[in-house]
Ligand binder design. Structure first.
Ligand code: CS2
Ligand code: MN
Length: 360
């Protein structure tokens, strides 16, 4: 298991590369050019700038999260070919600087969705929270205004330039069904996966967060069955999965341990984090510890270990603790604690298997 840490760049993150380097066992960053608009070809000078900074800090840049997909590709519009060409050009450039994995998602309009960025727990910490009933009754425009008013950062998936076109985006999706989305995903994969394979870059689809349709928009990467279908759309080791335990864990019907076992060969990137799901369907992000949420993190790490997982892993989100002022979900402290929990579990399984004479 190779540990990485998400980094949003010099101007867009409170966490520094040096701090990241000081977390035990972290060898690289999961990064992106966050000011590039989905569909545009990434400029080489900006890619090299990130590489230079990471090199200086002693961290690698093997994992990109995310190269976002233009809505026209998800909508299956004729203009998609132009954006797919740009995507390929970006892949070719990333291959040149040693990138191995590209994480991306296929969610219409919105990326992750929460109703509250700073929900306070009884211990005074705050965390991302999702109130199911409120979403069911909420006008998406209101939510976009609230999210952007409450964050000092540009948040991936919530870029103001993109969301100012919200009305036309909603109109464009009118009548687009989940089966259409499957067709459009297949078209994308058939174009991109052979190209990525030639460049030895594994594409790693991130599940939908939360894993169910929102605001009448279809969502398809939501369950074990759907992930199987997605991986079968184009059967290649380069059509891979970012298995995010927190996104999928928001639906208690999802058995993430079973997914690790079934898809192990196709997981170049693991996101490991916990959530607590309540009876009414609300959920809050918690510490990584198994007992603190409803996702069995211990069992998940065990499953990765049993499958001799050699892919990249990151702690995904964290709470905001010890008065840290940071991007919502992306503070230093709780994610660093999460990493130490993951290493603790991993090393214990490693030790136990070596004791039993198994290969370590
Ligand atoms: C991430 C997602 O910050 C987050 O919630 O887990 O934004 C993730 O990076 C994307 O969905 C992957 O494309
Ligand atoms: Mn994730």
């Amino acid at each position: 298991m190779k540990m990485v840490f998400r980094w949003f760049g010099d101007d867009n993150d409170t966490v520094t590369l040096q701090q990241i380097k000081q977390i035990p066992g972290v060898e690289g960053i999961a990064w992106a050019l966050h000011d590039e608009i989905a569909g545009d070809e990434w400029p080489m000078d900006k890619i090299l700038d990130v590489k230079k900074k990471a090199d200086q800090a002693g961290l690698h840049i093997h994992v990109v999260e995310s190269v976002n997909i233009h809505e026209d590709i998800k909508l299956g519009l004729p203009t998609r070919d132009k954006y797919i060409e740009n995507y390929k050009k970006t892949i070719a450039k990333l291959a040149q600087v040693g990138v191995k994995v590209i994480c991306y998602n296929f969610m219409p309009i919105f990326d992750w969705l929460r109703t509250d960025l700073y929900r306070e727990a009884s211990d005074g910490s705050t965390a991302l929270f999702y109130e199911k009933n409120r979403i069911n009754n909420l006008d998406p425009f209101e939510l976009v205004d609230q999210i952007n008013a409450n964050s000092d950062f540009t948040m991936p998936g919530w870029e103001p330039e993109r969301l100012q076109h919200l009305t036309s985006l909603f109109n464009a999706y009118r009548g687009v069904t989940s089966e259409d989305l499957w067709d459009h995903a297949k078209y994308f994969l058939d174009e991109i996966i052979p190209f990525a394979a030639e460049h030895d870059i594994k594409m790693a689809i991130h599940p939908d967060d939360p894993p169910w349709p929102i605001f009448g928009l279809p969502r398809i990467i939501t369950s074990q069955e759907h992930i199987r279908r997605f991986l079968d759309l184009h059967d290649s080791p380069y059509n891979g999965l970012t298995l995010c335990s927190g996104s999928l864990g928001a639906n208690p019907d999802n058995d993430v341990i079973a997914m690790v076992h079934e898809f192990a060969e196709r997981i170049p990137f693991a996101h490991i984090r916990n959530v607590r799901v309540f009876e009414n369907g609300d959920f809050i992000e918690t510490s990584h510890r198994t007992q603190d949420g409803t996702v069995n993190i211990t069992g998940i790490v065990q499953a990765y270990h049993e499958n001799d997982f050699t892919g990249y892993c990151r702690p995904d989100h964290g709470r905001h603790i010890w008065d840290e002022q940071c991007r919502p979900g992306y503070g230093l402290y709780d994610r660093a604690l999460g990493i130490m929990y993951l290493w603790g579990l991993w090393d214990a399984y490693q030790q136990a298997s070596s004791y039993q004479g198994k290969k370590v």
